[in-house]
Design a protein. Structure first.
Length: 614
């Protein structure tokens, strides 16, 4: 990108609807209850959006569905319910970090997260943190980060939630969640099952999605215990078990099957007082997959990885100055059909500084140095500031240096040759972002623009023989504008909420000046929710612009607009029982569209659900 283009971009204030979480002082209880609060205290000037539990209830099935409806992230989904990867601000799937209770959980094999393997319903909130986050979350947090947070409620009655759903294509959903809190103990347990024949029609043809059936089970549990008034022990666990047939394409049928298991466990001991919080964490992440080219045969390829990690986190509050020192240690062991044996060890040190200089001006300085056994990691820095011009108008500025090391799949994938592809280099990126937010009585407008420049960006592309493999692209640039407007009002027994977001994203290979694969130039969403007494209506509109499917821009997928509507009825409740029934209609105009070439998405379909709380 030319300097004059960057300057022009910086002078154009633009952006989207965001939520900025700020605190005037440390509240120790909040520090303890939330597993990961770095995004609160050390993200001043960074765009953060919190998606609440009430929103999750309306989107259900997967993290893909939730974020597609409530963010401007673009998802490549190989047919509904299949592998789903994110493009955040024009970056690729390996450049989006998914953080579970403060621990990055991207696959150690592929470097990315399949967003259809995460069911967000059990989490209290999902946080979308835009922009570079490698200082806080390590390798891969370039385009943005998705934070999944479990929290604890003490001195609460026993609460239960049971929901069932059924819909088109013999799709079923079942969820049970229970929570309890005394003065010293809090726990939460939830289980989810999702299954579907997923045999939707391919519009405009006489074909169906004949090999798209799936069944997934998710188990989520956590517990917190006050050892005394200044010490707390927390345990987190999540297991996902998936069994999915992999859909074919319009031109080629498939008989593939994919079975995967992802398991995460975390133990945390916290010690705190009014000025300091000390956390010691130990965790284990396990992932395994088996891919069957023909599900009728017992022949498969596989991969598995174990990650053992430990973290020491010390935070100190001195008046308006917050200091946080973190040491992370991780050891990774992997093996598979294309990986005979691979390992990686790392240790990192991070310093986070946040200072409220005045009542209107705050800033942050974040530093990180990581040592990795098989690559040299750069020194990383992030700077951010937040300036409140008046009670309504706020300016934000942040800049950061980020990086990503090659994954085991980048290095050892057998398709690249018998010895893999060990010539792939780590990538480094620099980015800057400028934003503004204006908040009125019933509305808010926000605008953000950003620029990212990456060296040695790792992209999967076909080589001269047509074989897809990881390779370094010398220089890649992303820049864009994000705009947002939301409005809410209450009168009598009426409630209205309207949210709108627009994103313009330019993502270029600087050598060719062509747009990168599967990055829409324009993306827009609009959500509206209206409630009168016991009846609630909501509607969603999503527009994705054209995306290119070849590096020379010779082939593309046209843009599309899809719409969903839903209606809920809240039945009269007793002192202990609350029941909600609802209907959702997806793709109401029966739009024929694709997220990935030759892989159609579902036609018009219906979902019924009953939610019971007691």
């Amino acid at each position: 990108m030319e300097k004059k283009e960057i300057i022009l971009l910086l002078l154009t204030l633009c952006g989207m609807m965001t939520v900025y979480a700020q605190k005037d002082s440390v509240i120790v209880l909040d520090e303890v209850v939330l597993s990961d609060t770095k995004f609160l205290h050390f993200s001043k000037g960074v765009k953060v959006r919190v998606i609440s539990d009430s929103v999750q209830q309306k989107t259900v099935s997967s993290l893909t569905d939730l974020l597609r409806a409530n963010s401007t992230i673009y998802f490549k989904e190989n047919g509904y319910g299949m592998v789903s990867s994110a493009s955040f601000r024009g970056t690729n799937a390996q450049q989006t970090a998914v953080v579970w209770n403060g621990i990055t959980i991207n696959s150690q094999l592929t470097g990315q997260t399949d967003f259809n393997t995460i069911i967000p319903e059990n989490y209290d909130n999902v946080v979308v943190r835009s922009g570079g986050g490698s200082v806080q979350y390590g390798s891969g947090a370039v385009g943005g980060s998705i934070l999944l947070n479990d929290s604890f409620g003490f001195n609460e009655d026993w609460k239960n939630k049971f929901s069932v759903g059924y819909g088109s294509f013999n799709s079923s959903q079942l969820t049970y969640n229970t929570t309890y809190g005394s003065d010293k103990l809090s726990f939460n347990f939830g289980v989810n099952r999702r299954a579907s024949d997923n045999d939707y029609k391919y519009l405009g043809t006489d074909k169906r999605n004949e090999n798209g059936a799936y069944e997934v089970i998710n188990i989520n549990g956590n517990a917190g215990y006050f050892i005394n008034r200044n010490k707390m022990l927390k345990i987190f666990h999540n297991t996902f078990i998936g069994d999915r047939d992999f859909s074919g394409t319009l031109t080629a049928p498939a008989d593939e099957n994919y079975k995967d298991v992802n398991s995460r466990s975390l133990l945390e001991l916290s010690s705190f007082n009014e000025q300091k919080v000390v956390r010691i964490k130990a965790g284990h992440l396990y992932e395994r997959y088996r891919y069957f080219p023909n599900k009728e045969r017992n022949e498969f390829s596989f991969g598995e990885a174990n990650t053992f990690l430990a973290k020491y986190d010390y935070k100190y509050q001195l008046n308006k100055l917050s200091l946080n020192g973190i040491v992370d240690v991780a050891s990774i062991r992997a093996k598979g059909s294309s990986i005979e044996k691979a390992s990686r060890n790392s240790v990192s040190g991070t310093i986070l500084i946040s200072h409220d200089l005045t009542e209107t001006l705050s800033y942050g300085v974040n530093l990180r140095q990581e040592v990795v056994s098989d690559f040299k990691s750069p020194f990383l820095v992030a700077l951010n500031s937040n300036y409140k011009l008046n009670s309504n108008y706020t300016l934000q500025l942040n800049a950061s240096k980020n990086h990503r090391v090659p994954t085991f799949n980048d290095l050892y994938w057998i398709g690249a040759g018998a010895s893999g592809n060990l010539e792939v280099l780590p990538e480094t990126s620099w980015q800057v972002e400028l934003g503004q937010t204006y908040e009125g009585e019933n509305y808010s407008f926000s605008a953000n623009m950003y620029a990212i420049k990456s060296n040695n960006s790792i992209q999967w592309r076909p080589n001269d023989q047509g074989i897809w493999m990881a390779m370094n692209v010398q220089e890649v640039s992303q820049y864009g504008l994000e705009l947002g407007l939301d409005y809410s009002t209450n009168w009598d027994q009426h409630k209205l909420l309207w949210e709108n977001e627009y994103a313009f994203t330019k993502s270029l290979d600087n050598a060719t000046n062509n747009q990168l694969l599967y990055v829409p130039l324009h993306k827009f969403r609009s959500n509206i929710a209206y409630q009168y007494r016991r009846i609630a209506f909501f509607g969603q509109i999503l527009y994705n612009g054209l995306v290119y499917t070849t590096t020379d821009e010779s082939e593309d997928l046209p843009g599309y607009l899809v719409s969903h509507i839903g209606l809920d009825y809240h039945w009269p409740s007793t002192s202990k029982l609350k029941v909600t029934t609802g209907l959702k209609v997806n793709n109401i105009f029966n739009k024929n569209y694709q997220n990935v070439a030759y892989r159609p998405m579902p036609n018009r379909n219906f979902q019924l659900h009953i939610i019971t709380k007691f």
